[in-house]
Design a protein around this ligand. Structure first.
Ligand code: GLA
Length: 723
């Protein structure tokens, strides 16, 4: 329900899950309330009265505005903090005083033409509000869009220059919200910090009295942070407590900021990073900032994740694959690295087929003269030393064995040792007179340039049309440097990072929509671009280059805060693990990998007969449960960040799959219990041995976690609802 109360100059946005109340005082847009729904059953939602009044100029003082719950704060006129929207004007100052003009309810949710976004469906419609603010002196207009969709608040901002002189946007937040801290307690912040090989580790910290910044300046959403921040009650757990979360649907540099001001208001915002993004707006031009998703839950972190998972499964992207069962794949990367021949790949295909695998993926090294990572990115024609017959004959032979075929690309990159670089040395991001900084011996193509975008679209279409390729792994293995396009005039240089993302999104739209039957998986040195922007075009992402079972429990647990398991690639790899050197049982590697899009990343030929049998059994198991792991409700039960244990579950009306694991074995272990969630208390659930439990027993009395006396042991249990 969205209700504009003109009399009281208030705007109410409410659904079952939350209410969000805005007020206008002296033209300033204030946030009067954000929290649990104020709509009570049967009551007239239009009659909601707040028991307080916030004056924009308390006691006539117009100076100390820092105390106000500004929806869109901007420095220079009494607000002392991070700005949400700010522009430098022709006079050289950056005072930005946005005053309310109008509020309108729209009949449909706007689609963002060149940016990834969530959309409404036939089954679930949105309600949308547009609020217009304007700075009369400079002519900067801000249109703030708010949509209530599937229990979430979806926001984006369009900035328009209605003045006569150019403006430079320096702050373009997609969402900004003040949240009042409770008197009796303090609040915590959660974000997902990491690095290559250990992405999205859950960090929880006191929201404190100051500023906290979660950001990437890397030109990618990054391994280091994820475009996600949440403020939560200090006592909130997975199951209870209030959580206020923000996630940005964007794959480039971002900033999520939490700042506590003197009146115990926390201002939370998310959007493009002001450190890396500026935008010149000429008279008459528009700028659309990326979409942000705001989720409120008063049922703890699981409650928050349920909303994100549902929204991203049902409302993000158009891929035919979103609701389809994903094929079990075998990827040759850790099996061979660059060292393979056509025969070796065909041999792997036979081994894979024997295990029940459905898709064989040929990774890096099949093109140019690439025998290590020092050359050939950009030369997307077959490496005749390795595949003398060419690509199509190999693909056809693999397909002839009853497997699908998948191929690796890293389209946004260029190796200095490549024919492409010899022909177009200026196509990479660089600044004249400065060294070109290499990462993994490679440079980045300047995707802000149309001819570069068209080049990528051209070779991708050509290769994907040339033979029956069913799957693409789209990799990105370094971050931006010298990100100032040589094609842009100096006033626009700072636009390069965002223009790159717009170029990338154009390429992805064009390529993925031209091959709707192909399954695309994005990758960035593992999970360096695991974000809703990439998931809009490609329904799954390679979660991490680290497939060690113990590490993966944490990585997948952290990732699940925001992203559904249907988005996570999860593979069994060989032991000792190539990233950690750790040896974990095959069964544990497999059971952890059941929690995502399952695959293998090894040469089955090196497995012991027992491990091979176990791998085969795991592949069989995936086929039985993947409908549930892809579409069921996911609940986190025990956090590996807080204990030696980890547990999660997938459930539907008909069944539940429980997973639990223990990192290190302990002497004299007295079984701890795991308590299931989201079940029908009166329902009867039967396990694989025929033992029956009520939902109430599973949720309240729990089940003892039994382990073998060894490190890194895991268990899974499938329970069917029989009554
Ligand atoms: C990245 C990916 C790996 C693999 C290599 C190939 O690191 O994350 O899975 O594809 O590139 O170079």
């Amino acid at each position: 329900m969205i209700y504009i109360n003109n009399e009281k100059t208030q705007i109410h946005l409410s659904c079952d899950n939350f209410s969000y109340v805005l007020g206008i005082q002296n033209g300033i847009l204030l946030n009067l309330y954000y929290g649990p729904s104020l709509m009570t059953e049967g009551a007239d939602p239009k009659a909601i009265e707040l028991g307080y009044h916030i004056d924009a100029y308390p006691s006539g003082a117009s100076f100390e505005l820092t105390r106000l719950p500004f929806e869109i704060p901007s420095t220079g006129s009494g607000w002392y903090g991070e700005s949400a929207i700010k522009a430098t004007n022709a006079q050289g100052d950056d005072l930005t005083q946005l005053k309310f003009v109008e509020a309108q309810i729209l009949s449909s949710m706007p689609e963002l033409a060149s940016l990834p976004h969530v959309h409404e469906t036939e089954e679930e419609k949105a309600e949308t509000l547009a609020i217009t603010l304007k700075d009369e002196l400079t002519g900067l207009k801000a249109t703030l869009y708010y949509s209530i969709l599937a229990g979430a608040l979806i926001r984006h901002t369009v900035l328009t220059n209605e003045g006569a002189a150019p403006l430079t946007l320096t702050h373009m937040a997609s969402a900004s919200t003040p949240i009042v801290l409770p008197m009796s307690s303090h609040m915590d912040l959660i974000h997902l910090k990491g690095a290559w090989g250990r992405e999205r580790q859950l960090v929880r910290t006191d929201a404190g009295q100051s500023i906290y910044r979660v950001e990437s300046q890397r030109g990618a959403s990054s391994h280091e942070e994820n475009p996600f921040i949440a403020l939560l009650d200090a006592g909130a757990t997975e199951d209870q407590g209030k959580v206020y979360a923000m996630n940005l649907i964007y794959s480039g540099s971002f900033a999520a900021v939490s700042q506590v001001k003197e009146n115990r208001i926390v201002h939370l915002s998310i959007g493009l990073n002001p450190e890396t993004h500026r935008w010149q707006l000429l008279p008459g031009e528009n700028f659309t900032a990326p979409q942000a998703v705001q989720v409120f839950s008063d049922q703890g972190l699981n409650g928050m994740s349920h909303i994100f998972h549902h929204l991203y499964r049902e409302h993000l992207g158009k891929s035919q694959w979103i609701h389809k069962e994903r094929p079990v794949l075998l990827n040759n990367w850790e099996a061979t690295y660059f060292n393979f021949t056509a025969d070796k790949i065909l041999h792997l295909a036979d081994e894979a087929k024997g295990l029940g695998v459905e898709l064989l993926v040929l990774d890096d090294g099949w093109f140019g003269h690439r025998n290590n990572d020092r050359s050939s990115l950009g030369d997307w024609y077959v490496n005749k030393d390795k595949l003398p017959e060419g690509l199509a004959p190999l693909v056809n032979q693999v397909v002839g064995k009853g497997l699908q075929f998948g191929l690796w690309f890293e389209p946004e990159m260029i190796s200095p040792d490549s024919d492409l670089y010899r022909a177009h040395a200026d196509w990479c991001l660089h600044v004249d007179g400065r060294a070109r900084t290499e990462g993994r011996h490679q440079l980045m193509l300047d995707l802000s340039r149309r001819e570069v975008q068209d080049y990528i679209i051209g070779f991708m279409k050509e290769i994907l049309s040339s033979c029956p390729i069913s799957y693409v792994k789209w990799d990105y293995n370094r971050n931006m440097t010298e990100a100032f396009s040589c094609m842009l005039p100096k006033e626009n240089k700072f636009e390069t990072q965002h223009r790159y993302m717009l170029g990338l999104y154009r390429v992805l739209e064009e390529v993925t929509s031209s091959f709707p039957e192909v399954l695309f998986e994005s990758c960035s040195g593992g999970g360096g671009r695991f974000d809703a922007g990439m998931l809009y075009y490609m329904p799954q992402t390679w979660t991490s280059d680290d497939s060690d079972a113990a590490e993966r429990m944490k990585i997948q647990y952290g990732t699940s805060l925001v992203y559904p398991s249907s988005a996570m690639g999860a593979h069994i790899s060989a032991v000792p693990n190539h990233q950690t050197g750790r040896v974990t049982p095959m069964k544990s590697r497999g059971e952890v990998a059941l929690g995502g899009n399952f695959g293998l990343e090894l040469d089955p030929g090196i497995l012991s007969p027992e491990d091979k049998e176990m791998a085969k059994a795991m592949v069989q198991k995936v086929k039985e449960v993947r409908h549930l792991t892809a579409n069921g409700v996911f609940d986190r039960l025990i956090s590996p960040f807080d204990s030696n244990f980890c547990a999660w579950q997938f459930s539907s009306e008909a069944e539940v799959l429980l997973f639990y694991g223990r990192t290190l074995s302990i002497p004299n272990y007295i079984p701890r219990r795991v308590y299931l969630r989201s079940l029908d208390p009166a329902g009867i659930y039967e396990d694989e041995n025929g033992t029956r439990y009520t939902g109430a027993v599973l949720m309240n009395a729990g089940l003892p976690m039994q382990f073998e006396q060894r490190d890194f042991d895991t268990k899974t249990m499938l329970l069917k609802k029989v009554q």
